[in-house]
Design a protein around this ligand. Sequence first.
Ligand code: GLN
Length: 298
Amino acid sequence: MNNQKKEGQKTLEALYKELIQRLTVSDIESPVLDARLILMKTLKLSHLDFITGEKDITFSDEESKSVYQNLELRCQGMPVSRIFGEREFWGLPFFINEHCLDPRPDTETLVEAVVRAYKTQKNEPLRIVDFGTGSGCILISLLHEFPNATGLAIDISTDALLVAQKNAQILGVEDRMDVLCSDWTKGLNQDEMKQFDIIVSNPPYIESGIMPDLPKEVIHYDPHCALDGGKIGLDPYKILIPQMNFLLKSKGKTFFEIGKGQESEIIRLVENTDATLEELHRDLSGIIRVVEISCGDK
Ligand code: GLN
């Protein structure tokens, strides 16, 4: 980057306008934000550079080439987070790749619900299990919030567990997080029964039949096994809900993320066990996104 404009070189301002234009004609939902993110991340510019920086700075041919390559990927539908292999979640930078779901802001509702429910036990040695951990975003954010908690990250994909482990290292919680490759609860031993204070999970909950209708940003880039929840989208809950009481200590709690409109079915599944529905939590769009359930042992 420099300030000496050579013949034919584009300024930051010109590039920004061009990117917005290209993204708009490619029907990308948030062209202005994505143009800015592509430029910032490719050219290693800060927010400040962007807001107050000189609009006439120019770039080397190499830098411009990278900008256009990344622009091309975004125009084809690849999300910005996938292009750069990074997604911010709960204010923390998570590494992501093709083996894990791209963490969504909606899932922060789950982290928030746990933090709120355990605010008076912030320094307790809570034991947390996360089913279908993916990038590890939920569990790692919680370990970050609860400095004496420990966690078990479970996923059926060993490739996803490598991502979760890498994130635990990057974010400094690897000493407090174990990983287990397991098909839901199948790989848990007898000595892990009644050991957990908290169960968390954002399992796949999309109905198989509507998978083809998902936006290209989702269907082409998120692993299908992280999305597809079976015929009516509830398969993982049908497995996990009856198991909760075996895993939780008395007074333990479960927090599930759910899909839009799935709450009544989930409540019905909970009513078939000894557990009690405690609270429903809405996301920023007002959709019921998280169910909080307490263990049957009172
Ligand atoms: N728990 C992970 C997340 O929230 C992965 C969820 C999934 O793969 N369905 O991002």
